[in-house]
Design a protein around this ligand. Structure first.
Ligand code: ISL
Length: 555
């Protein structure tokens, strides 16, 4: 077993709005989560990461927080939350909370004060600038379309918002703001939570000169001026010293645009910053030069190269986080597997990958059921601000509507936000009312009740993988060696522990694929640990079946 509990853990991510509704208002809530804890315990996960449940006007579904110390009434009360924490702990699981401190809501009391006057004590809690040449202070675009600046008439200045205009960026240069954030973090930690997932934490330090990206018209991605900015490590070390180091917790930072070299600075064991980061390199493999909405097919060799780079890049330096989807991404099964003909096989194959690498696996709600992307007929059914803003912007720019819808079908964040499919009853058993976003129409076939009753389901395969991690100490393997780097169809790798090795062989496609184990990988005995087909393939030379995944112990 590893030296830190979070290295041996499997994390389950809950997007509360879409998980389980207990009171029929169509919105998932905390009592709903409570009613499903036994389901999560049965799955075998160790840690629950709860996306934001704080007071919020919900411009970005809770990632715009107006009060960091209270629970959104749609989700329940602080007493419900206390009960949730107690019940999670009573089952031997842990709870980590989302920490969103790159920005707050514009309805947060700090911002309400800040916008009042230039000499308000809270003015410097946010990033205000006068206009330049009669327009915005610079050419940075928002992640959610348009300019990253919003003009405020009252003081005739602009404030920075890297996300929506209802999400003003906090000014981390201000030590008072930092202290308020640390106090708030300690307030939650003192309630007994087990850590934080930190939203876009590598964006908190901006180049104070706020330079333009280029000259000329238009909004551009200003990442070079705010990703891994000049003081980010100083801030995180301060946060660690003031707060994190005082508790036995785990931290995972969401970090956009980081390489393994950057990541080592956040998670290096001697650096006293964070335990893990989420990188985005795999999330970019199917994007063209114009970004996320510019669709491009992925190439398995890129996926292999990126995973190998992170596995070896952090070796001996830091811990990886392993995910292929979350509330911001399409469903992994639709994106990297086959959500029609080989749903079960490909869902299990992708799970095998995530649970046999170095690092901590993160399961996003519904992944364990093999939930898929959704295709709503019209834009009216979509709710996500990123999607809606992009649709309006690209339509105005003249992009064909059907083409935009195809991009949304492939990449839209609502793919991951349709309600959990609990059973075959109306609205998949998620709510007795009208769900805030429609249920995926495939719920009669894909749902938890069906999966729990089917011994061959993706759900039970996840249980086995999680159990294997524990019983066979999968965390204890080290190293990562890719086999057949240039193979376009099969992903195979070896990890080792003393004299024995773990061999993982994955067919990433729906056709048969040939696999040969190189002669130099010597062993006298092989034991199949887990796989999605029986009997397992012959090891030395196999014709792998569609999406076949096999894991062997060689010794
Ligand atoms: O994936 C993305 C790139 O288009 C974005 O959807 C996403 O906004 C980005 O990854 C940052 O995500 C986090 O911060 C956002 C929030 O909307 C996301 O839900 C959150 O995970 C702003 O708080």
């Amino acid at each position: 077993m590893a030296d830190k509990w979070w290295k041996d853990s499997v994390v389950y991510q809950i997007y509360p709005r879409s998980f389980m509704d207990s009171d029929g208002d169509g919105i998932g809530d905390i009592p709903g989560i409570l009613s499903k804890l036994d389901y999560l315990k049965r799955l075998g996960v160790d840690v629950i990461w709860l996306c934001p449940v704080y007071e919020s006007p919900n411009d970005d579904n809770g990632y715009d927080i107006s009060d960091y110390r209270s629970i959104l009434s749609e989700f329940g009360t602080i007493a419900d939350w206390e009960e949730l924490l107690a019940q999670i702990h009573a089952r031997g699981m842990k709870l980590i909370m989302d920490l969103v401190v790159n920005h707050s809501s514009d309805e947060h009391a700090w911002f309400v004060e800040s916008r009042k006057s230039k000499d308000n004590p809270y003015r410097d809690y946010y990033i205000w600038r006068p206009g330049a040449d009669g327009g915005e202070p610079n050419d940075w675009g928002s992640f959610f379309s348009g300019s990253a600046w919003q003009y405020d008439e009252r003081t005739e200045e602009y404030f920075l918002h890297l996300f929506s205009k209802k999400q003003p960026d906090l000014n981390w240069e201000n030590p008072k703001l930092r202290q308020d954030v640390y106090d708030m973090m300690a307030w939650w930690l003192d309630k007994g939570i087990d850590g934080f997932r930190m939203d876009v934490i590598n964006l908190i330090s901006k180049n104070p000169a706020l330079p333009r990206v280029e000259q000329g018209e238009g909004w551009r991605f200003g990442g070079e001026h705010f990703m891994n900015g000049p003081r980010v490590h100083e801030y995180l070390q301060e946060m660690n010293r003031e707060v994190l180091s005082k508790y036995d917790i785990m931290t995972v930072g969401e970090t956009i645009g980081v390489t393994p070299e950057d990541a080592a600075l956040y998670v290096g064991e001697e650096r006293n910053e964070l335990n893990m980061v989420f990188h985005f390199e795999l999330m970019d493999v199917d994007s063209g030069p114009h970004g996320k909405w510019d669709l491009k097919p992925w190439d398995l060799r890129d996926i292999k190269r990126i995973i190998a780079k992170w596995q070896t890049g952090l070796e001996g330096k830091g811990w990886n986080s392993l995910y292929l989807n979350n509330h911001d991404q399409p469903r992994m099964l639709s994106r990297f597997g086959d959500d029609r003909t080989y749903r079960k096989e490909s869902g299990k194959m992708l799970a095998t990958l995530l649970h046999t690498l170095q690092g901590t696996p993160y399961i996003y709600q519904g992944e364990e059921l093999g939930m898929t992307n959704v295709r709503f007929a019209s834009i009216e059914s979509y709710k996500d601000i990123e999607t809606l803003n992009m649709f309006a912007e690209q339509l105005a720019a003249g992009r064909d509507e059907a083409d935009i819808m195809n991009a949304i079908y492939a990449k839209g964040r609502d793919n991951g936000r349709t309600p959990m499919q609990w059973d075959g009853s109306e609205h998949a058993g998620f709510t007795t009312g009208t769900p805030w976003i429609a249920v995926n129409p495939n719920y009669p076939d894909i749902n938890a009740e069906q999966a729990v009753n089917d011994p061959d389901s993706i759900f039970h395969y996840y249980r086995q993988l999680i159990a294997l991690r524990r019983e066979h100490d999968v965390t204890g393997y080290s190293g990562f060696r890719l086999i057949g780097e240039e193979d376009e169809r099969v992903f195979a790798y070896v990890r080792s522990r003393g004299e024995e090795s773990l061999l993982v062989v994955l067919n990433f496609f729906g056709d048969q694929a040939e696999f040969r184990l190189p002669e130099e990988i010597g062993f006298s005995r092989a034991e199949r640990l887990i796989g999605n087909y029986d009997p397992p393939a012959n090891l030395r030379r196999a014709l792998l079946r569609p999406y076949e995944a096999q894991v062997y112990r060689l010794f």
